[in-house]
Design a protein around this ligand. Structure first.
Ligand SMILES: [Zn+2]
Length: 409
C-alpha cells in the first residue's frame, strides 16, 4: 500500500463528509417560513406534502450515500480492482479489450448493485408522491438501452484513446482532446436528433395559437427558429421542462408535453424567451467552449500520471496499466473537478439571471414569474434552501432570488 492509497481513501471519506454536512444543513431549513413572495406557490396542504417529499429523499439519500461509500471503500480495500483486472486479463492479452472488459464489469456491476436504489426511488418514493409515470418495462428497457449506448459510445471513445496512447505515448492527450472536442460538438448539435429518439418520441409542435405566439416572439427578437419539438416526457414523469440545444441551423427547442399541459401559452412563450436569452447571450457556445477547455486540462494532467505505476498500484492492483491508472487518476483528480464544478455552477447561476433579464426586456416578466412558480410547485422544489448548499450544488438561483430579480425595475 503506498501513500496514494491513503490519499484516495481520504478523498473519498472527505467528499462523503462534506456532502453529508451540506445535506444536513439544507434539511434543517425545510421547516423555515416561506418568503412572502412565494406564499402563493403552494397551499398549506401541498406544502406539507412537498416538505414530506424532501424529508423522505433526504433520509433515503443518507442511506444510499453511506452504503455507496462503504461499498467503494470495501471494494478498494479488499482488492476488488485487482480481482476484476485478473478476470479481464485472463480473457485476453490485448490492452484495449482488457480495458473495455475491466470498465464494463465495474460499471455494469455497480449499476446492478445500486439498481435497488433507483428502483425504490422511482417506484416507491416518486410513486408515493405522484410523480412516477414509468412502467417497470420502460424502467428496465431504459437501463438496457443505456448500457448499449455506453458500450458503443463510451467503449468506442475509450478504445480510441488507448489506441492513441499505444501509438503516441504521453502525447496521446492531444489526440484524445481533439477526439473528445469533436465528439462534444457533434453531440451538442445532434443529441436531440440522434439520441433522444432512442428514449422518447419527438413530434414537431403542431400549428395553432401556441406555435403562432412562439413564431411571433422569435421574429420580434430576430431569432431564426425552425425546429420546435414536443417530447413525451409524460411517459416517465409528471415533472415539466423545456430546453434548447445545438446552434446555427441545428438549433432547436424541445418542449415537454407536460409543460404544454401545465402552462398557459403566454407562460410557455416566456419560458422560451428565457431559453432564447441563453442563446443570444452566447451561453450555449460559452458552455461548449468551457467544457472543451476543461477536458483539455484534465487530459493534460492525466498525461503526467498515466505512466506512473504508483497511480495504478494505489487502487490495489498488481500490474500497472492504462485503465487502472485511469481509475486512480479519476479519484485523485476529483477535488480539482469539484472546484471547476463550483466555478461552472457559479457562472451558470449568473447566466440564469441574464436569460431572465433577456426575457423580461424582450417579452414580459410576469408570465415568467408565474411559470417559474408553477414549475417549482410541480417538481416540489425547495423554497428555502441553505446558501451553502446553493453555492455548492445549484446551477440555477433559488426561486426567490430569480423572482426578486425579475420584479426589479
Ligand atoms: Zn436557463
Amino acid at each position: 500500500m503506498n501513500t496514494l492509497f491513503y490519499i484516495i481513501i481520504l478523498i473519498l471519506v472527505l467528499q462523503f463528509v462534506i456532502e453529508t454536512v451540506l445535506d444536513y444543513l439544507n434539511a434543517k431549513r425545510y421547516g423555515d417560513p416561506v418568503p412572502d413572495e412565494l406564499n402563493d406557490v403552494f397551499n398549506a396542504e401541498e406544502y406539507e406534502k412537498s416538505q414530506a417529499y424532501k424529508k423522505t429523499n433526504y433520509s433515503f439519500g443518507l442511506l444510499t450515500s453511506t452504503f455507496s461509500l462503504l461499498l467503494t471503500l470495501g471494494f478498494l480495500i479488499l482488492g476488488g480492482f485487482e480481482w476484476v483486472d485478473q478476470i479481464a486479463r485472463s480473457i485476453t492479452d490485448n490492452p484495449i479489450v482488457t480495458a473495455l472488459l475491466f470498465f464494463g464489469i465495474i460499471i455494469i456491476g455497480s449499476d446492478i448493485v445500486t439498481l435497488p436504489y433507483s428502483y425504490y426511488s422511482t417506484f416507491v418514493i416518486e410513486e408515493k408522491f405522484g410523480f412516477n409515470k414509468t412502467t417497470r418495462g420502460t424502467f428496465f428497457m431504459d437501463k438496457l438501452k443505456g448500457w448499449g449506448m455506453m458500450a458503443v459510445v463510451g467503449g468506442g471513445l475509450l478504445a480510441l484513446i488507448i489506441w492513441f496512447f499505444e501509438w503516441t505515448g504521453s502525447n496521446f492527450w492531444l489526440y484524445a482532446w481533439a477526439l473528445v472536442a469533436v465528439f462534444t460538438v457533434i453531440m451538442n448539435l445532434f443529441y436531440s436528433k440522434l439520441i433522444v429518439p432512442l428514449f422518447n418520441k419527438l413530434t414537431p409542435l403542431e400549428a395553432g395559437g401556441l406555435k403562432t405566439k412562439i413564431e411571433n416572439y422569435a421574429e420580434n427578437v430576430g431569432f431564426e427558429l425552425q425546429n420546435i419539438f414536443v417530447i413525451d416526457g409524460s411517459k416517465r414523469s409528471t415533472k415539466a421542462n423545456a430546453y434548447f440545444s445545438g446552434f446555427g441551423k441545428e438549433k432547436r427547442i424541445t418542449l415537454y408535453d407536460t409543460l404544454i399541459n401545465d402552462l398557459e401559452e403566454e407562460e410557455i412563450v416566456a419560458v422560451l424567451a428565457h431559453e432564447v436569452g441563453h442563446y443570444k447571450r452566447k451561453h450555449i457556445v460559452f458552455n461548449l467552449a468551457a467544457s472543451i477547455l476543461l477536458t483539455g486540462l484534465t487530459l493534460f494532467l492525466l498525461s503526467f500520471f498515466i505512466n506512473n505505476p504508483e497511480v495504478s498500484l494505489a487502487i490495489g492492483v498488481s500490474q500497472p496499466s492504462f485503465h487502472t491508472a485511469l481509475i486512480g487518476f479519476g479519484i485523485l483528480y476529483s477535488p480539482i473537478s469539484e472546484v471547476t464544478g463550483l466555478l461552472m455552477n457559479h457562472l451558470s447561476r449568473k447566466f440564469e439571471y441574464q436569460a431572465d433579464d433577456f426575457a423580461k426586456n424582450t417579452y414580459v416578466a410576469s408570465p415568467l414569474i408565474t411559470s417559474l412558480k408553477k414549475l417549482s410547485k410541480d417538481s416540489l422544489s425547495n423554497l428555502t434552501p441553505h446558501p451553502a448548499y446553493v453555492f455548492m450544488h445549484y446551477s440555477h438561483p433559488p426561486l426567490i432570488a430569480r423572482i426578486r430579480n425579475l420584479k426589479k425595475v
